[in-house]
Design a protein around this ligand. Sequence first.
Ligand SMILES: Cc1ncc(COP(=O)(O)O)c(C=O)c1O
Length: 380
Amino acid sequence: MIYLDNAATTLKKPHCVAEAVMKALCTMGNSSRGTHDSALQSARSVFSARMALAELFRAPGPEQVVFTQNATEALNIALNGLFSKGDHVITTDLEHNSVLRPLYRLEDTGEITLSVVPADKRGCVDYGDFERLIRPETRAIVCTHASNLTGNVLDLERIGGIARAHGLLFVVDASQTAGVYPIDMERMGVSVLCFTGHKGLLGPQGTGGLCIARGVDIRPFKVGGSGVQSYSRTHPAELPTRLEAGTLNGHGIAGLGAGVAFLLEQGVEAVHELEIGLARRFYEGVKDIPGVTVYGDFSHWNRTAVVALNIGAYDSGEVSDVLAEEYKIATRPGAHCAPRMHRALGTTEQGAVRFSFSLFNTPEEVEIAIHAVKELAKCD
Ligand SMILES: Cc1ncc(COP(=O)(O)O)c(C=O)c1O
């Protein structure tokens, strides 16, 4: 199979990730729960994953890295733990439902008011809109770093500058960029960075987390066992324990730590260049095929390695099925949990077929995918 669904989850991982999980399964006790060798080994593994993530994202320190099950949980912790009644929040049309639904729920219960920066037909925003939507009660800008549908990247430094100038919190969903696009929390002025472990970070599913700037206070979503301060009625107030209750996914975090160590060794810029090279070749190969429509802004390559397209009026689900069954190419059709983005692109009915590349794809695989799109376009 040619796996081109890396924006959903990376299937091919470096060997060191599987090895780290296997070793953890065979040797690790419970992190922060005891002082015997296996518990200490687990605690060391978790700490070294925090260190690696802090280095990767230029987060303020390992204790500011909190582990969760995925980006969705991280976003729910951040969005439900930061705002108070009457706060106004600004988000964008580019968002995934893991940002939109928590915000809609807060809006529907009367907790916050919400404004959305619109995207145009290419999925681009006007950065002036962020400034224009700010009101006296605005508390935060919440946005994705990159659209999971078009691959368009938002300029975080620019948005972070606006947030900083107005004293706003800046919450970022880095699900599509963590590990594949350079992120510098400090330079970009990010207050909370939410990430998932199983995509560009090359870790196992069931891992993710948030990196929190110093001084940003998030109310805990869950409290319970922490392994420390057990006689206290309240959960420990210090990060990272403040936002981590219950046994961590130590086995998964060991794999995530190995994935991040691999990326630090390769260099995120090098990974990005490699992936973009593949996406660019694919784009060049399909963009002029009669009947093919490609979505997104391809006027520059400051983007992720995602190319979404449609072939004539073909349903995107049918195209993806034929690609899987007849060409053994894995892609993702449909709505991609990005309803507002599809509305902006005009693809709500048809959806789109998303091809997403990883550093483990090859130029030969890209040529086969281009050939498949050409053949399918002829049938249309
Ligand atoms: C932009 C974006 N945000 C959030 C998520 C949610 O990630 P997870 O399912 O790992 O929580 C995804 C996953 O598809 C995504 O692409």
